[in-house]
Ligand binder design. Sequence first.
Ligand code: NAD
Ligand code: FES
Length: 294
Amino acid sequence: MYKILKADKLAANIYRMEVEAPRVAKHCQPGQFIIVKMDEKGERIPLTICDYDREKGTITIVFQPVGASTMEMARMQAGDAFEDFVGPLGRPSEFVSEDIEELKKKRILFVAGGVGTAPVYPQVKWLCRRGIRADAIIGAKTKDLVILEKEFQEVCNLYVTTDDGSYQRKGMVTQAIQDLIAEGKQYDICVAIGPMIMMKFVCKLTKELGIPTIVSMNPIMVDGTGMCGACRLTVGDEVKFACVDGPEFDGHLVDFDQAMKRQQMYKTEEGRAVLRLQEGDTHHGGCGLCGGDK
Ligand code: NAD
Ligand code: FES
């Protein structure tokens, strides 16, 4: 069992939990995710890692209740425990394996939207601990939905923007990127993590600006194991599975329109049946072991 050491609410519908999981904490890297299961019969829920402490042996997760399982999960308190807490899964962010001196020469911009702010945190923290202070934009609909502001301020140069202008800058993250560029900022790489629609429009903009961009396709994952086929996407001309090949990809190559359409279809039994029919052998099988629908 994996005990919840702390549980709090970051915003109206955003929850944070610190969980005792020493083996995951020992091995995880920024960009990776875990799968939790509340009890034996519970659904498998893939969640990105918001923070980790190797010495304490803890992992911090942040989530937004969207279905029955995450709603139930939101009721769990410090002292409760998860039946399963599996990870780390997925590939770490690419920069983790880059030469640190080369990385220091790069001007990096992180763009975090809504709950997607959580998985950006371990990335900026990792860089800060190695002497790299990146720029980061946090975008939220309104003041009360801005999360982890204090934590970010400690590890990066932070710009906050709210859609309604109730706090700091006004406008969506794409406006903030344009403003920073207009103010004379230059970037060699952008990492954008948030809702699909945000990542789509950030990529459209950074493509025009000539800034290579990494995105996290975590939102389309369902079981996180390569077997359900939910996270199938097209990157360039290749079929990939977010949970096995990602979750991070070159955002300029991701077909966001197809991924969003597929995400909608995957919500119904009929939609899943159509996808299975259309995609045949490539519907799932991202695990590389089961042979898809063969
Ligand atoms: P939200 O709808 O409040 O949007 C957050 C910010 O994204 C906005 O404030 C805005 O700045 C920007 N944005 C939204 N639409 C935009 C557009 N059309 N153009 C430019 N910028 C835009 O976000 P939320 O409700 O907190 O998001 C929840 C979503 O985040 C869920 O779908 C969840 O799956 C996803 N999420 C993604 C990740 C990931 O790894 N990519 C991780 C956790 C959550
Ligand atoms: Fe099911 Fe990736 S989440 S195949």
